[in-house]
Design a protein around this ligand. Sequence first.
Ligand code: GLP
Length: 252
Amino acid sequence: MHAHGLTIRTYASPLAAARALAGHICQAITNDPGLTLGLPTGRTPIPLYDALTSRFERGGVDFSRASTFNLDEFLGIPASDPRSYRAFMERHLFSRVNLSRRRIHFLDGTAADPDAECARYEQRIVRAGGLDLLILGLGTNGHIGFNEPGPTLKAVTHRTRLTASTRRSNAELFGNRPTDVPREALSMGVGTILRARRIILLATGASKAHAVRRLVFGPVTTQLPASLLQLHRSAEVWVDRAAGAELSGTAA
Ligand code: GLP
């Protein structure tokens, strides 16, 4: 299905969507072994990282020349802390496949000068030639990376305040205590995201259905950062049936 410039693919289950996306990523790496990937964290991509790991274990993909850039990281949380996004990625993907350590790129949440760290990261993406394929998750409030809804958005990688709802949805990493979730984070900006050559947003589960409908059919608005994907020439939205449940209507 195509709507507002977006290609929508619907799968029977979260697992089916994850497996299809793993197959797609592996094919992209086979076609271009030096592929530069952008990667998300969250509950949604866990089955994707498991599926990528299975394909790697079966000999179906070689990650050794690919590069990765993760979307975001909590401010003040070191990579060595199990609650960091970096540690999450180590657990779910980096320690399980043959990505080259020096081609894994991450924002450092403990950098002495967070603004300089954001500028370094943005430049590093430019020097890598930009992101070839960026995988995104979706916040229930329509955020992408840590670009939260608001009157304005930042184009480049930046330091940002997290909303109460985002801190609640990230509480699982912090012993289910939302108040322990950092108040700030570092994130790619919407310009960093939109400059990726291809984007695939993966959303599964009923809690995402409303945000998916608004992102696909709603106006382009900073109040729903994912709606900016309508401006991209090659953005796709991959959903399971539950997340796609509100796509049969036409108005948001
Ligand atoms: C976090 C991340 C986002 C992610 C979102 C959705 O806030 N910063 O990049 O897409 O959570 O997470 P989940 O997949 O757990 O619903």
